[in-house]
Design a protein around this ligand. Sequence first.
Ligand code: UDP
Length: 332
Amino acid sequence: MGLVEGGHVLVTGGAGYVGSVCAAVLCEQGYRVTVIDDLSTGNREAVPSAAAFLEGDVLDRAPEALADDCAAVFHFAAKSLVGESVESPDIYWHGNVVTSLQLLDLMRAHGVDNLVFSSTAACYGEPEEVPITEEMPTAPTNPYGASKLSIDQIITSYAHAYGLGATSLRYFNVAGAYGATGENRVVETHLIPLVLQVALDAREQIMVFGDDWPTPDGTCVRDYIHIRDLADAHLLAARSNSPGTHRIFNLGSGDGYSVQQVIDTCRDVTGHAIPAVTAPRRAGDPATLIASSARAINELGWAPTRSDLHTIVSDAWAFTSRLGDRAHFARR
Ligand code: UDP
């Protein structure tokens, strides 16, 4: 059965960027929330104060939460760096696939049959065409994407065989901030937070990874989605999950913006000149990634309202400029 009002939700990885915003929105909407996070990449202060917090390994701590009248699991805890996954795939196969498989077994053992899984556009690899629909072939180009795709496949088989009701959400480029939570990673590789650190004078310049891509202005095109819109989709999914069914939805705005357009928007929003220099292409980057979110809009009733680039960057800037000064980032 779908998640009903006030139910108890276990959020794994709820101290991370996406997990903590989803946990916050669940709390605001009256659900009882337990967060499990080992704080290896998350921030303790990102966990909403209304949530119970269990620090530690997901598999060690999950039984306690699952046994406590748990109605649904939002599973975010994962490793998510593409480069690291190429260097150290063992971390991704164990940390993502094996852990998720064991979590599903724990859910089964406790009779918890409602799952929302944090999947990724990296499942599709280099697309043959855009916008990318859920019917397009999955061909991940790195172990990170492959690990998430494998988990999706495990979930499908558990739904069919064991009655799990699940939704996998394949995110495109999540950005922006909500309340006290935004992108605040120890190792930052993402475009928008890096550009905003330049605006804060915490970095000298932004490197543009290639200006000779087959795109209108020569820089890579991505589909940015606001973190708060993303959180809405998770709640809609949990409420409408149905036993024995595994649904997969892409989540993006449906619009593509180039790296150059992102930098220009950050200049507009911050009033900072933001020096940019062209650097070589980054290995593994596709030229253009744009989602079709038609299925999520039609079937989930998802209605993104904040995923235009200006709103995303404005909210991200409000967060980054509040977070700190150069010293905050220099300490990292
Ligand atoms: N990018 C860039 N300079 C940076 C970081 C990212 O030019 O310092 C580009 C990157 O090549 C990609 C886009 O910005 O085309 C978005 O990258 P990000 O790492 O934010 O997300 P990804 O699309 O890799 O998930």
